[in-house]
Design a protein around this ligand. Structure first.
Ligand code: GTP
Length: 626
């Protein structure tokens, strides 16, 4: 163990720019993994990640590399970062565990908004950034232009930028040497300082309990130690300490600067959350009793501001920002859904859920997520891994409602549109706003500003990075972002623009609840909250869309959108004219069977509201109105 020979780094890259391929190359070239054993793209190991080609949870790997320059062997710890905005808190924690980052940019594309956001996070964490141009083997690669763009946008010196191809194995040696040369080694801790280790990831293993990934900042952790998690207060005995190569290999101890994992029959990931600090129980108790003695033997909890061991900076609870309802199609699946959510939560501290009952939908759950992608992933895992057929209601943001003034004001959190009260003079509603940064070829600035305007955005700034590329900054309600904003942005810019946002604050808004009635009956799961000025337009589009999506019944079905008692838009579904089989009268039996089968399939994800069957798509109609 020699702290000066350790380098901790991560890779920042936009989706598809080649992060996983490069990571594999680094592992392969240092013979951490022989190429024959190498399952392609080792670092992304969740099925959905692999399929969607996105990195969700972080993982880490340790590689040993003999420097060509000084012939010494270095330990390089690669800490993978998730690439999506929903997980930006986890990105910043994994960056906090590093001293440097590779910035990988596709030399045929250029830098994207999400990459920029992560670069800023890295700069805030004082990381040394090493830019790398990837995919230089592509004919469309334009390294000079992209290098200039990186210089202009981030201000990094790109004169001797590394040109690489993760696919063809070009530049890999240069990258390894640059990491050793440019990324500083971990800081040497004060002698005898107590253990402090930063958790950057954890997951639930059915056999060993929660496996916690961390970076030691001060002190040492060994097998058999009793550890304490500072934020959660949980204590556990360490049953295994190890490093990731990237498969987990036990070691006897880990010291300052090192990266590894521990297990200790921890049953719940909420005990060991990302961002929390690990210390030793004994050290914590000793420090606490000293403070207690100095304060006349008062209990540590009763001494104001007493902190026996200072946590590493940056822990924050993850707050769900998007909610939706999950209801089993088949009511008998309710228990199964609850167990499955419970299991997912063991692995995902950011997921929250509580029972929700609705007259129309039966028993289900109201679930909270970090953002839209997080929501989609959970839904997909429920249907894929737990084989559940679910009706999912449209996502909505979390509103705050304040009743009364001054000291008498009472604040309530509204996490479902149907729970939004009617706003009167003494009831005010607040909604979350985000700061959004859009990166785009400048020719689409006009189209984007138009979109921003339609979505109640406040244009804050337009910057020309180069004559042909701009960043546009907006403050915009989150509710407008979780509808089809991203799809619209992509379609209006031919796919060229990218965006990134961060929730900033709650602002008062003139909101109203838009109720939907089907066949004159209230359908609370279809209700939504909109700005008063948009109510008319949304109402009209929504009833038209529902008319398309809800299949015909034997009778006429009126659909109405109402604000309060006032009907603001309506449409009606005309009754079915013929029996579905009538048109194949005399036709062969297999055709008939097919038709019936098709119908049966169509029935699968439906809920009966009153007398009307409402399909899954109708519940999502409100977020796809354009
Ligand atoms: P996420 O996991 O979604 O973040 O993507 P990623 O950045 O990890 O990208 P990945 O490594 O999966 O690469 C994306 C695609 O680019 C794959 O089809 C790779 O084969 C390809 N690719 C990666 N590096 C190179 C390269 O140097 N040259 C060429 N031509 N293709 C590359």
């Amino acid at each position: 163990y020699d702290i000066s020979k350790i380098r901790n780094f991560s890779i920042i890259a936009h989706i598809d720019h080649g992060k996983s391929t490069l990571a594999d190359r680094l592992l392969e070239s240092t013979e951490t993994v022989s190429s024959r054993d190498m399952e392609a793209q080792l670092l992304d190991n969740m099925d959905i990640e692999r399929e969607r080609g996105i990195t969700i949870k972080l993982q880490a790997a340790r590689v040993m590399h003999k420097s060509k320059k000084d012939g010494e062997i270095y330990t390089l710890n690669l800490i993978d970062t998730p690439g999506h905005v929903d997980f930006s808190y986890e990105v910043s924690r994994s960056l906090a565990a590093c001293e440097g980052a590779l910035l990988v940019v596709d030399a045929s594309q250029g830098i994207e908004a999400q990459t920029l956001a992560n670069v800023y996070l890295a700069l805030e964490n004082d990381l040394e950034i090493i830019p790398v141009l990837n995919k230089i083997d592509l004919p469309a690669a334009d390294p000079d232009r992209v290098a200039e763009e990186i210089e202009d946008t981030i201000g990094l010196d790109c004169t001797d930028i590394i040109q690489a191809s993760a696919k063809a194995g070009i530049g890999i040696e240069d990258i390894l040497e640059a990491i050793i040369e440019k990324v500083p080694p971990p800081q040497v801790p004060e002698p005898d300082s107590p253990l402090r280790a930063l958790i950057f990831d954890s997951y639930f293993d059915p056999y060993r309990g929660v496996v916690v990934f961390f970076r030691v900042v001060d002190g040492e952790v060994k097998k058999g130690d009793k550890i304490r998690f500072l934020a959660s207060g949980a204590e556990h005995e360490v049953t295994e300490v190890g490093v990731m190569q990237p498969q987990q290999v036990p070691v006897t101890s880990l010291q300052a600067g090192e990266v590894g994992y521990i297990c200790g029959s921890i049953k719940d990931v909420t005990d060991a959350r990302v961002g929390d600090t690990i210390t030793l129980s004994s050290q914590y108790k000793a420090a606490a009793s000293e403070i207690s003695k100095a304060n006349g033997n008062k209990q540590i909890q009763e001494i104001e501001g007493a902190v026996p061991i200072t946590p590493l900076p940056g822990y924050s609870e993850s707050v769900p920002m998007v909610y939706c309802g999950l209801f089993p199609v088949d009511a008998d699946d309710y228990e199964n859904l609850r167990d499955s959510l419970g299991k997912l939560r063991l692995n995902d501290a950011a997921l929250s859920f509580e029972p929700e009952t609705s007259g129309a939908m039966g028993f289900g759950f109201r679930c909270g997520f970090l953002g839209l992608l997080h929501m989609e992933i959970v839904q997909e895992r429920l249907s894929r891994e737990y084989d559940l057929d679910l009706i999912v209601t449209a996502p909505s943001v979390v509103y705050k409602v304040v009743k009364g003034e001054g000291d008498n004001a009472v604040e309530t959190i509204v996490d479902a549109p149907s729970k939004m009260p009617d706003l009167t003079r003494d009831i005010k509603a607040f909604e979350p706003y985000v700061k959004m940064e859009i990166l785009t070829p400048s020719e689409y600035n006009g189209a984007i500003i138009e979109l921003g305007q339609e979505r109640r955005g406040i244009l804050k700034d337009i910057k020309y990075l180069t004559p042909t590329r701009s960043t546009i900054e907006y403050e915009i309600p989150l509710a407008e972002v979780i509808t089809d904003f991203f799809d619209q942005l992509k379609s209006r810019t031919k796919g060229y623009a990218s965006m990134e946002y961060q929730i900033t604050d709650y602002r008062e808004s003139d909101l109203c609840r838009l109720d939907v009635k089907i066949n004159y009956e209230d359908a609370p799961p279809l209700a939504c909250v909109v700005h008063k000025d948009q109510a008319q337009g949304v109402g009209r589009k929504l009833v038209e869309k529902l008319k398309e999506l809800i299949p015909r019944q034997m009778f006429k079905v009126p659909i109405q959108a109402c604000v309060g008692v006032k009907v603001i838009a309506s449409a009606s579904i005309s009754p079915m004219r013929k029996d579905v089989l009538a048109k194949c009268y005399g036709g062969d039996i297999s055709r008939k069977k097919k038709l019936l089968q098709k119908q049966a399939k169509g029935k699968k994800r439906m809920k009966t509201m009153g007398k009307v069957n409402v399909p899954q798509e109708a519940f999502m109609a409100v977020i796809k109105l354009d």
